[in-house]
Design a protein around this ligand. Sequence first.
Ligand SMILES: N[C@@H](CCC(=O)N[C@@H](CS)C(=O)NCC(=O)O)C(=O)O
Length: 218
Amino acid sequence: MDLYIYDHCPFCVKARMIFGLRDVPVTLQTLLNDDAETPTRLVGEKKVPILEFEDGHTVDESLDIVQCIDSEAEGVKVLDGPRNQEIERWVKASGDTVIKLFIPRVPRAPLGEFATPEAAEYFTRNKEATFGSFDTLLAQTPELLVDLERWLNELDALIQSPEAVNGVLSMDDIELFPVLRQLSLVEGVKYPKNVEAYRQAMSQLANVPLHDEIAVAA
Ligand SMILES: N[C@@H](CCC(=O)N[C@@H](CS)C(=O)NCC(=O)O)C(=O)O
C-alpha cells in the first residue's frame, strides 16, 4: 500500500497514525507541493492524503483511511476508546493560534514536498492568499507564543496518559496529535509536562516523527 502525503499536512498525519498504531506496513510517497498531476490521476483532484492499494483502489479522506485500516487490520479496533468533548473543543479553540504559528514556517522547513524552489513558492502563494503575509504572521510570534502557552497549560490538565489522551486510544488521539506535530515545527514552544510526555509517546506509538530538530524560528 502507498500513502501519498505532504510531510507538513495534519490530515496526512491522521492517516499515518493508524498505520503506526496498528503496525500495518505502508510506503509513504511524499508529493511535491505543486504536483497536481499525480493526485489528479489517482483521485481526480489535487489533494492528500491518498491511500492506494495494490489493486489500484484508492481512499482519499483522512478519516476514511483511518476507519478503513482500523477495521481491516487484524484484531479489535484500536480507536474504540471513549471521547472527551473537551479535547474536540480545545482543538477547535486553539486552532487560530496554532495555524498562525505553523503556516508561515512550513515552506521554510526542509520537507520533501518543498524539494524544489517552485514547490515552496507554490505553497507560499496559495496560503498567503488565505492567511495573509507570512512575514506579518512571523512578526506576531511573541504574542502568539504567549497565547499558545495558555492553550498548552489548558491541554496539560486534560491529558490522562502519555499513551492515549483519554487513557484508552480513541479518535481524540487522531485529532490531537497532528496539532502537536504542527507545533513541533515552531521553534521556542515550551511544553508543559503532560503535553511533552504525550507528544513524545504518541510520536513513537504512531511512528510519526516530530519536527523538533528542524523547528523554524521567526
Ligand atoms: N478533508 C480532507 C482534507 C485534506 C486536505 O485539506 N489536504 C490538503 C493538504 S493539508 C490538500 O490536499 N490541499 C490541496 C492542496 O494543497 O493543493 C481530509 O481529511 O483528508
